[in-house]
Write a new protein. Structure first.
Length: 252
């Protein structure tokens, strides 16, 4: 039976401000990308998210980002590679402590937002992320966009590089994500999204924004926890995959 991982960005609430319904998302996904406090999340939110993920049997990964709370980590920061590596390592340490206290150590790393998109092409920032993961010392897998510079750098460093696809995002014909500055960046129709993800799991392709079919080799599918209707979207994707005979299983 073929299998694929479903992941979601969680732990992104902050203080009295709530983002997403993490507990509900955990009924559909197999991996949780937990915010580490730099783009979103506070210690109590992160700790609670780790406890809930552990209770649901969901694998925990570190969702590291640029130090940009005000911009939700969606703005490029022109920091030095050393500063970025230190920031990523700091985030890994923080989440490791909170996840470990919940009895579920972190099993992988996924960059967030602008950092994720930047290291598709940015050589120095891609290497900084890889260097931070190596410095952490447990050779955690990195969840990245197929064809990215970071994916190649991770493999060169001896790390497991795991390619992922995005259920609720539109792709350009070149295989990159349509910018969130564009009106059609995010998909909202659960039926369309589910059908696209079944095609991904069974054939390794997705439909781009222009209607073309593009290759998309991926071991994991992301459903964003902050997208409107995320809970229903994740449930629809899981149901469609299982109906097609695809098992949902964490990659890490």
């Amino acid at each position: 039976m073929p299998y694929i991982d479903l992941n979601s960005d969680v732990g992104e609430s902050f203080g009295n401000w709530t983002m997403g319904d993490d507990a509900a998302i955990f009924t559909s996904v197999s991996s949780a990308n937990v915010a580490c406090g730099f783009h979103a999340g506070d210690p109590s939110t992160i700790a609670r998210t780790c406890r809930d993920a552990a209770a649901a049997g969901v694998t925990i990964g570190a969702h590291v980002g640029y130090r940009d709370l005000a911009g939700f980590g969606r703005r490029f920061l022109d920091c030095s590679p050393t500063e970025l590596a230190d920031d990523v390592l700091y985030q890994l340490g923080a989440l490791s402590a909170l996840a470990g206290a919940a009895g579920a150590p972190i099993k992988y790393v996924k960059p967030h937002g602008a950092l994720y998109n930047t290291i598709v092409h940015h050589e120095k920032h891609a290497q900084a992320v890889v260097d931070a993961v190596k410095a952490f010392g447990t050779d955690l897998p990195l969840l990245l966009l197929p064809g990215s510079v970071a994916l190649a750098r991770a493999e060169s460093a001896g790390l497991r590089a795991v390619a992922e696809a995005f259920a609720d995002r539109n792709y350009t014909p070149e295989g990159t994500l349509v910018s969130r500055r564009e009106a059609n960046a995010v998909l909202h129709d659960p039926a369309r999204v589910a059908a696209n993800m079944v095609r991904l799991a069974m054939e390794g392709t997705v439909t781009a924004v222009d209607g073309s079919v593009i290759p998309m080799p991926a071991e994991s599918i992301c459903v964003h926890g902050d997208t409107a209707g995320a809970v229903a979207m994740a449930a629809a994707v899981r149901a469609a995959l299982e109906q097609a005979g695809v098992q949902i299983k964490a990659f890490a």
